[in-house]
Design a protein around this ligand. Structure first.
Ligand SMILES: [Zn+2]
Ligand SMILES: [Zn+2]
Length: 84
């Protein structure tokens, strides 16, 4: 009789309720330091356009869709990244 529910490595029970574990299983999205949106691909034209407008464009960073920085942004309408 296996119990499916267990405590995760972050000490959350059940592990399915842990936001950190959930974030790790989320797809990767891309953000730029100065942008307000997150993108499905680092080669998104809207992302490139935003970078070209910035005087000092910040590097494009891959982040987990479940991370706070991605959740505080809106999905890009051009490349249509997955939603949480
Ligand atoms: Zn966890
Ligand atoms: Zn985009």
């Amino acid at each position: 009789m296996a119990d499916e529910l267990h405590t995760c490595k972050h000490g959350i029970y059940p592990s399915t309720a842990c936001s950190s574990c959930k974030a790790q299983s989320m797809p990767t999205v891309y953000i730029s330091g100065g942008g307000m949106k997150y993108h499905a691909t680092p080669s998104c034209p809207a992302l490139a356009e935003g970078q070209s407008k910035a005087a000092n464009p910040e590097p494009i960073l891959p982040v987990s869709l479940g991370s706070e920085v991605a959740q505080s942004r809106k999905p890009c309408k051009t490349c249509r990244p997955p939603r949480v």
